[in-house]
Design a protein around this ligand. Structure first.
Ligand SMILES: NC(=O)c1ccc[n+]([C@@H]2O[C@H](COP(=O)([O-])OP(=O)(O)OC[C@H]3O[C@@H](n4cnc5c(N)ncnc54)[C@H](O)[C@@H]3O)[C@@H](O)[C@H]2O)c1
Length: 316
């Protein structure tokens, strides 16, 4: 469902698996659906409803923009089908919560596109930290306005933290733990997009439940992707993580470890294996990704309202 950039990437990866056939593609822009469908010898539809009516499926990928989440997932779950959903889960928290409740009722396999969890360097960082608690986390997402029409609109993407920096927040949850409170502010709008556009820069302060502290900085004012990643500091160790590498410093010189895995391949393989009952390596099922989404929404709310937002220590 959704036949844009990220759907094309998943379709490319999936079509390389010997045990997967892409049966059909749906997009509200039927030309886009037809183009992607033709590349994979699949059927094409103009909506998720017509696709679900027309096909017998084993699983569905939902690759729609943030504003379109909700109805698509609920229909897939109503059909009892396993579900892979691209991040962010939605524009807001309520929509994702409704989907999460349906996931719980249906008990199907789910996965969310937090592929950073499959980076080799993330696994190495966890090993290097061992049981040393992280006390400080510094996250950044310094980038351009992505070239998709819905992105600069707040009611299209939800803003840069919900849409992009959510990868960094997910990693912070993995390496540091759950967040108890956030404060945040944002500044300006990207030029040419007007007052209703997303913020041009966001700065956030995070207090983790175990007392660790974190800072997040994001901007979409650049014409290029400058840097996106997370630094974590624990007693006697500094780690700098990105999709490309891990820089380790323990006071005896810096070691640079280049990412060697293929996280974007592994995230799809893990989902397919789980659907086939052959594996249990889904690292961000829907209910876990909901916690990351809830954190991103809290940062966005704090930035919009100017007051700190407390996150309850339960999921309800
Ligand atoms: N995990 C990652 O690395 C990664 C990378 C890129 C994009 N994404 C995420 O994937 C999502 C889509 O991004 P994109 O770059 O592919 O966007 P895109 O605009 O290229 O594609 C989205 C497609 O969804 C279609 N669509 C909209 N509403 C629909 C609906 N109700 N039913 C069916 N189709 C619908 C649009 O017509 C469009 O073709 C975004 O949320 C983005 O954050 C994730």
């Amino acid at each position: 469902m959704g036949a844009g950039n990220v759907a094309a990437r998943h379709a490319r990866v999936l079509s390389g698996f010997p045990d997967v056939r892409i049966a059909a593609v749906a997009d509200t822009d039927v030309t886009r659906a037809a183009t992607l469908a033709a590349e994979h010898g699949a059927a094409c539809y103009d909506s998720h409803e017509t696709l679900l009516d027309g096909e017998r499926l084993d699983a569905v990928y939902v690759c729609v923009p943030p504003f379109a989440h909700g109805p698509v997932e609920l229909a897939v779950l109503e059909a009892g089908l396993p579900l892979f959903v691209e991040k962010p889960l939605a524009l807001d928290e309520q929509t994702a919560r409704r989907v999460s409740e349906a996931v719980r009722r249906r008990r199907v396999v789910t996965a969310v596109g937090h592929h950073w969890r499959y980076l080799d360097v993330v696994e190495q960082a966890r090993r290097l930290l061992g049981d040393r608690p992280v006390r400080l986390a510094l996250g950044v997402w310094l980038d351009k306005v992505p070239p998709v029409p819905w992105w600069p609109r707040r009611d299209g993407s939800g803003g840069q933290v919900i849409e992009q920096a959510v990868h960094v927040l997910d990693l912070a949850r993995l390496l540091v733990g759950e967040v108890a409170e956030v404060s945040a502010h944002e500044s300006g709008h990207p030029p040419e997009h007007g007052e209703t556009a997303v913020g041009a820069a966001t700065g956030a302060l995070l207090r983790f439940r175990d007392g660790a502290v974190g800072l997040l900085g994001a901007t979409c004012l650049l014409g290029w992707k400058h840097r996106a990643g997370l630094e974590v500091y624990a007693e006697g160790i500094a780690l700098q993580l990105s999709e490309e590498q891990l820089v380790v410093d323990t006071g005896e010189g810096r070691t640079v470890i280049t990412e060697s895995g293929d996280a974007k391949h592994r995230v799809d393989r893990a989902f397919v294996d789980a659907v086939l009952g052959r594996g249990q390596d889904v690292r961000a099922p829907y209910d876990d990704a909901l916690r990351t989404h809830r954190l991103a929404c809290a940062v966005a709310r704090a930035a919009a309202g100017g007051a700190p937002v407390t996150l309850p220590d339960h999921d309800g």
